[in-house]
Structures are given as C-alpha cells and as structure tokens.
Design a binder for this molecule. Structure first.
Ligand code: GLA
Length: 387
C-alpha cells in the first residue's frame, strides 16, 4: 500500500511539474483536419459534422487523424458579461463538440490575441482567461492562436521599437498558454504567425505545442515546395510536445498532381510536421485517400523518437532529406524538384549516419526492395526506409 501510495503521489507531482501542457499533449505531431484550406470563411457546423463523419468513413481516423479543427470565422461578438458568442453558422458549439467526440475524435477552434482575427472576427484581446474557460466548457481540445489583429496593438504601443514589439508578442502568446493551462483541460496550443522572431527558438517557453514557421501555404507545387524545402536547419527545435509547423496540407484540393501531393505528404512526414488535412473529405479521390492514409508514411511522421528530419544533400534540382527513426533505421526522401524524370541513388551509408545498409524498402512502390537507382518523376519523390 505504501508503495502504491508513493507511486501515485509521484504521478500527481510529475503531472503538476510538467507545468505546460506541452508534454501532456502532442507527444507526436498532431494529426487531424482543419476547415481553412478548403472552406475558408464559409465553414458551417454542418461542414464540421460532415468532416467528422468522413474522418471515420474514409479510414482517416483509424490511420491516426484525431483533431477536427474549426479555423477562423465561427465567432460573433460578446454578450454583456464579455462571453464570446458564436455566429449563426455555429448555433451550438458544445453540441458540436459532443458530436465530434462521439465519433472518437477531438475538436479544435481558432482565435487571436488581438481584438480581431485575420478574417476580421472577434479575437480574445483582454478576454483570454474568459475565452479559455469557455473553450474548456465547450469541450475544446485544440486552439490555433493567430497573431493577426494583435499587430495593431503592437504598432500602437511599441511603434518602431521592434524588440518591444516582439516582447509584447511573446507575452500575449504566453498569456493564453497560461490561461489554457489554468483550465486543467489538456488543450493543444498551436501558434500562428509567419515565423517572426525565430519563433522556433521560444515557442515552447510560451507553452506552445506547435508554431507556424512560414506564411500561408497555397494549393500549388511552387508554394508548397518553397515552404517545405525552406525548413532545412530547423530540426533541432522540434521534439515531443513541441513541433515546427510548415502549415496545413493541401492534398486533395485539386491543383497539384498525384506526384506533387506525394511529395507534399513525404516532405511533411520527414519534417515531423503536424498532418492537418485541408481538403473536402466528402469528395476524396482514391488517390488522395491513399496518400493521406498510407500507414508507412504516417509512421515516419509519428515515429516516437520525435526527431525532425533535415536535408543531407542538394545538387541542382535533387535534394535528399533524412529522418532518424527509433528502431535505428532512417527514412530517406529522394526529391526531384526538376520537371523531368531523372535517376536518383541512395547516398553512402556514412552520409545517412549508418555503418552499413542491410535492407531498403520503398514506401510508395510497395514491395520494391531493390537498391536503386530509382527513376524519380519530375516534382516527385521516392521514400525509402533504410535499415
Ligand atoms: C491566417 C492563417 C491561416 C488562417 C487564416 C484565417 O492567414 O495563417 O492559416 O487561419 O489566418 O483568417
């Protein structure tokens, strides 16, 4: 009995000592879906319910996608007591959260430290604790907190003093981090700004589990590649409970080829990026479903070691990226950023931090265990698990 009592006391203390929710949630990069990339400002309660239904029907939930996240434009004003109100596209947020939870999923929401969000809706400025409590009462599991409208407060109070403006930004993010923690509910805390002030260096110190490192993604190969390949050098800042976020997925939104969407998924997995699908789940092609639910690529992203991958070589249009995995293997992406099919080979074992290469498995050409070289299509990739 004594022993049991001391173990549970230790458990309680360890939980309290964890302080920030950073390690209680997001031990691996968050996976789910977000309304913005497809629905933008038109999203409704019905779309969120349909997304939850489809997460189950398409096998996404069983592949590991958990969060159904409402982005900007759900907010109305405040009542006389200052409580945040939902607009008529979201008649009952608590009932919606219950619905999403009943599907074995979790639900996310969006706000800003400013008086207004990016879309011009009501933000949390001077209502941080009240809003965090409201989210917890509704049953919210994830908050995306977008700097946006707070920029005008920074301008007003800090003027051209950039150091002061940055200090204000950190304090504003820390304030909501603390408010969420105080609710006692585990809520993933996602920060959104364009990577200003090298946010990867201080994101965890304000209680954040993930932070955007770039401006917004678009459903184009050019923009996706610009963002994804610019992540070189950031690996050391990611780890269990705190992740770099190169923005949400565009897979299935229709403006990239299957090879390009395969590159998108592979690069995000090697980056240990959050995997937040952003397409209309009610109209997924079999090819898009196959990319989003491929178990091997998801396992690379979600590997429990929690190491972000990085670039190991770049030569003209060819880039090789590598992510160490817990079982001692490495995931290697051979990316062809050029327009034409070209042959690519695996770099020497020493370049990959391995003593020797025993076996290779090609994720996207399942069953292929040859040692290359591989013909990689323009804008395409080979993803290899190298033992
Ligand atoms: C910013 C964010 C987007 C989205 C919109 C909503 O642009 O970067 O991801 O949340 O705001 O207004």
């Amino acid at each position: 009995m004594r022993r049991l009592a001391s173990v549970s006391l230790f458990g309680v203390l360890a939980f309290a000592a964890a302080g920030a929710q950073t390690m209680d949630v997001a031990a691996t990069p968050p996976m789910g879906w977000n309304s913005w990339n497809h629905f933008a400002g038109r999203v409704t309660d019905r779309d969120i319910r349909a997304a939850a239904d489809q997460m189950v029907a398409t096998g996404m939930r069983d592949a590991g996608y958990v969060y159904v996240n409402i982005d900007d434009t759900w907010e109305a004003g405040r009542d006389a007591q200052g409580n945040i109100l939902t607009n008529d596209r979201f008649p009952d947020m608590k009932a919606l959260a219950e619905y999403v939870h009943s599907k074995g999923l979790k639900i996310g929401i969006y706000s800003s430290p400013g008086p207004k969000t990016c879309g011009g809706y009501e933000g949390s400025y001077q209502h941080e604790e009240q809003d965090a409590k409201t989210y917890a009462t509704w049953g919210i599991d994830y908050l995306k907190y977008d700097l946006c409208g707070y920029g005008e407060i920074m301008d007003r109070e800090a003027g051209t003093d950039q150091e002061r403006a940055y200090a204000m930004m950190r304090a504003a993010f820390a304030k909501m981090g603390e408010a969420l923690r105080t609710t006692g509910r585990p809520i993933v805390y996602s920060l959104s700004q364009s990577g200003w002030d090298s946010i990867w260096r201080w994101g965890p110190s304000v209680g954040s589990n993930l932070w955007r490192t770039t401006g917004d993604i678009k459903d184009s190969y050019g923009r996706m590649a610009e963002i994804g390949f610019s992540q070189a050098g950031l690996a050391r800042y990611a780890g269990p409970g705190h992740w770099n976020d190169p923005d949400m997925l565009e897979i299935g939104n229709g403006k990239m080829t299957t090879d390009e969407y395969t590159t998108h998924m592979t690069l995000w997995a090697i980056l240990a990026a959050p995997l937040l699908a952003g397409n209309d789940l009610t109209r997924m092609s079999p090819a898009d479903t196959a990319i989003l639910t491929n178990k091997d690529v998801i396992a690379v992203d979600q590997d429990p070691l929690g190491r972000q991958g990085d670039r190991v070589s770049a030569e003209g249009p060819f880039e090789v990226w590598m992510k160490p995995l817990r079982n001692g293997s490495v995931a290697v992406g051979l990316f062809n950023r050029g327009e034409d099919m070209e042959a690519m080979s695996l770099p020497a074992a020493s370049v990959l931090g391995l003593k020797s290469v025993r076996s290779i498995r090609n994720v996207w050409s399942s069953g292929d265990t040859t040692k290359g070289p591989w013909k990689v299509p323009g804008h395409g990739v080979e993803l290899l698990i190298v033992h």
